[in-house]
Design a protein around this ligand. Structure first.
Ligand code: GAL
Length: 809
């Protein structure tokens, strides 16, 4: 009885709230209650279709990440022309060897109250791919490009007071990607219910066109639906205090514009990512009809011929990484905790910028970059009209490119982190005059929709774009690799600067070292791994130092975006032809997010707040006794001395004799003997500043767990990443251990996935067992919706097992 009264009261209240304050905008996350079926199913769009036997899933969802890995998936006999291949050969793991191809259906029922004067907007942050969206059996629309945000007004398709059915058909074609694209509703889906008289979807554009030390002008353009409208804005600082406000009813077409002064603004930057919020209230007459709150930053960007890129008047070089969108073991299903962990690792690296290669970033990633302070280069396409892969974006370019660019900009333009757009990556349209026209056409669309940010293209055909004028028309000429052409491009392009839009593509496998130690391109080994002495690269690319000298010696180089921050699924160069290679070797960190040695090379330059002192290789070389086993030290110090079992191997000091000597300390003639290698680093005055040592480990004895978060949120999606490693009886890490391990999570969390960073492993991430790769792997523990405690236990034959507690709050 009591319950009934409460329910009635709630009902009365909600009716009351509707009629007296029709401003309510309701945002419903379509996370749970989905049904999924792989493969095409007749009539699955119909409202009364019986889907009870389908799999229950929650969204975001990636249907292909559960595997199995299969060399037949998307197998192709092609010559990858970008990799300078002339002869076709069989490529197996190019798109990750996971079953993303084909049709998948999602269905969901929902009830929603939409009054006569309200609208319902269904939004997708991305759907992979070729979506067709049905509401109550009727086709509402679709969006071919899997990476873009799109929405539909579904008001007229809804049934009042009844259960509604949403069905989404997706289809991924073979030969449609150059990396693992994922599959499914892998980003958020939402339903927004609001008054007809309201802000248009993605209707606001907030910019800060005028900033002095004491004052910033915040310009807000808002597109609206309805008549007789006033918009009132309240600006709050990061603590939630109101710092400014404005109001206008002056209307031009469907837009109202406000200029609101904010005194003594805190400027947004990677070092101080200060965010304000603008609460926008829309009134029809004096009746409040809609409210939206948008976070923004006050910051000034400028690209100057004299000073390069200026952020808030401070010359700033991009210390950036390119990232594909997959999150390693959890695939492409967006997860904020996984994205946050990547950015925490990149912050420690000293990285200040991300390029979303080669497509639209997730909204969650942009939110985190705003909050944590990363500059963002938001890319759109890997292909225009000329194909790289048969069923790539070339299929859609003519009809969809403009719509795709417009949606990219409208959905993301209020994120202060975005400081540049990219209209394309290494598009084959770099050749020929049509390509120049396309470059101009696209750039003009970007300028029309957002006059505040410049546009680049990652160009690899540098000779061609110098000839054709393609490079000259870009706001920012971006060079992918081609370090030998920077000087010429700088002279021939009119802009006065060059961006390293994609750099390095050095390859390595974590914990793998090959002998002899020598610089080599396209080097392959029988175990399908690459050496972590960081001297191996591809025939079109280079080692990190080839970029460092350009970054350091040429004022006109704006910075670099290293290929890539993390390994990703697919594109297993230099083993594109070798099964079972199925993920990349390019990462500064491996697929599990564990740092490779290269991490410390970049950190020694990029992280200017903390010191770096890192020795490689490991020191477990049974069988190499007496053999030459070079030792490298990646460090922020200029000089260091190396000792092997107490015997000095000499002092090395960074110097200009070669590019390598400038950035690495190298002892090339060290003879291996088991024991301890120790490096002693000196400060500028020659005093001992820091030491590091590596010891020859004995047999694997005990597992050690190290959780990046001991407390996670009870939101059903938070993650703790637990690094598992092995030590010997004396506590030394065992760098060669490959033991098969088992994982068990008990309590109020679940086992989500594991990853060891081995590009050749065919073990599925979601199975609770995996082999260590060179002594390490990472286990992901996921929270449920209930607060409590969980325990992860990791065991392996012959090893002392280990467990760790995780609190769920
Ligand atoms: C570039 C390309 C990237 C990736 C990389 C590998 O040419 O833009 O997507 O393929 O090469 O080195």
């Amino acid at each position: 009885m009591r319950q009934k009264v409460i329910l009635t009261l709630l009902l009365v209240f909600s009716i009351f709230s509707h009629s007296s304050y029709s401003q309510d905008r309701t945002v419903i996350n379509f996370t749970d209650g989905w049904k999924f079926q792989k493969g095409d199913v007749e009539n699955a769009y119909e409202a009364n279709f019986n889907d009870t036997k389908w799999q229950s899933v929650s969204v975001p969802h990636d249907w292909a990440i559960y595997g199995p890995f299969d060399k037949e998936v998307d197998k192709q006999t092609v010559a990858i022309t970008q990799n300078n291949e002339k002869v076709a050969s069989e490529k197996t793991g190019r798109t990750g060897a996971l079953p993303f191809i084909g049709v998948g259906w999602y269905r969901k029922t929902f009830s929603v109250d939409v009054n006569n004067n309200q609208k319902a907007i269904l939004t997708f942050d991305g759907a992979m791919s070729n979506s067709k969206v049905y509401v109550n059996g009727e086709l509402v629309g679709g969006w071919p490009f899997g990476y873009n945000y799109f929405y539909f007004d579904i008001t007229d398709y809804l049934k009042k007071g009844e259960t509604n059915t949403l069905a989404v058909r997706l289809e991924n074609f073979p030969f449609s990607s150059r990396w693992y694209p994922g599959a499914g509703l892998y980003r958020k889906v939402q339903l927004i219910v609001k008054d007809e008289t309201s802000f248009q979807h993605w209707g606001h554009f907030i910019t800060t066109p005028y900033i002095t030390g004491g004052l910033a002008k915040v310009n807000i353009k808002s597109k609206v639906n309805g008549e007789n409208i006033t918009v009132e804005t309240i600006i709050k600082d990061a603590e939630g205090n109101q710092v400014a406000s404005g109001k206008t009813d002056a209307r031009f077409g469907d837009e109202l514009e406000q200029n609101i002064p904010v005194k003594k603004p805190h400027l947004w930057s990677p070092e101080n990512p200060y965010l304000y919020t603008a609460e926008m209230n829309l009134y029809e007459g004096d009746q409040l009809k809609d409210t939206e709150t948008i976070r923004f930053g006050i910051r000034k960007i400028e690209y100057s011929r004299e000073k390069g890129f200026l952020l808030n008047d401070v010359p700033t070089k991009f210390k950036g990484v390119c990232l594909h969108h997959d999150l390693g073991p959890i695939g492409t299903a967006i997860n904020k905790a996984a994205l946050r962990r990547q950015l925490i690792i990149l912050k420690d690296l000293g990285c200040n910028a991300i390029r979303s290669s080669h497509n639209m970033p997730s909204i969650e990633q942009l939110e985190l970059c705003d909050e944590m302070g990363f500059l963002f280069l938001a890319e759109s396409f890997d292909e225009w009209k000329k194909p790289k892969v048969k069923n790539g974006y070339n299929l859609y370019f003519d009809e969809w490119a403009e719509k795709d660019v417009v949606n990219l900009i409208h959905a993301t333009r209020n994120h202060p982190c975005i400081v540049m757009w990219s209209s394309g990556n290494e598009v084959p349209d770099q050749w020929g005059s049509d390509g120049v026209k396309r470059a101009k056409w696209l750039q003009d669309i970007f300028h029309r929709e957002d006059p505040t940010r410049p546009v680049t293209v990652g160009m690899d055909q540098v000779k061609a774009v110098m000839e054709s004028g393609f490079g000259a028309i870009m706001d920012i000429p971006g060079l992918n690799y081609r370090v030998h052409l920077y000087d010429e491009a700088y002279k021939r392009f009119p802009q006065g600067f060059i961006l390293g839009s994609e750099t390095a593509s050095t390859v390595s496998s974590r914990g793998v070292y090959k002998f002899p130690v020598e610089k080599a391109s396209d080097k392959q080994y029988d175990d399908y791994q690459s050496s972590s002495y960081d001297l191996e690269y591809c025939n079109w690319s280079n080692i990190p130092e080839d970029d460092f000298v350009l970054q350091d010696d040429k004022d006109w180089v704006l910075g670099e975006f290293v290929w890539t921050g993390f390994d990703y699924l697919g594109e297993p160069t230099p083993y594109d032809n070798y099964w079972p290679s199925r993920s990349s070797y390019f990462g500064i960190c491996d697929l599990a997010g564990l740092p490779k040695d290269r991490y410390y090379l970049y950190r020694s330059r990029w992280n200017t707040k903390e010191t770096t002192l890192h020795i490689l290789p490991h020191w477990n070389w049974e069988g190499r006794e007496g053999k030459t086993t070079p030792v490298f030290v990646y460090t922020s110090y200029d000089s260091a001395e190396l000792f092997v079992n107490g015997k000095s191997q000499g002092v090395r000091t960074k110097n200009d004799s070669t590019k390598l000597d400038r950035y690495r300390l190298m002892w090339m003639d060290v003879k291996y003997e088991p024991g301890t290698i120790k490096v002693v680093a000196f400060d500028k005055n020659g005093n001992v500043a820091e030491t590091q040592e590596v010891k020859t480990a004995g047999k694997p004895y005990q597992l050690i767990l190290n959780a990046d978060s001991e407390v996670i949120n009870a939101n059903g999606e938070d993650l703790s990443y637990v690094t598992v490693s092995v030590i010997d009886k004396d506590g030394n890490p065992c760098p060669l251990a490959q033991n098969q391990l088992k994982f068990k999570v008990s309590g109020d969390a679940t086992y989500r996935a594991a990853c060891n960073g081995d590009a050749t492993s065919l073990e599925m991430f979601h199975q609770p067992t995996m082999k260590l790769f060179n002594g390490k792997l990472v286990v992901l523990v996921q929270s449920g919706n209930k607060a409590g405690n969980a325990k992860l236990t990791v065991s392996g034959k012959g090893l002392k097992s280990a467990s760790t507690q995780i609190e769920i709050k």
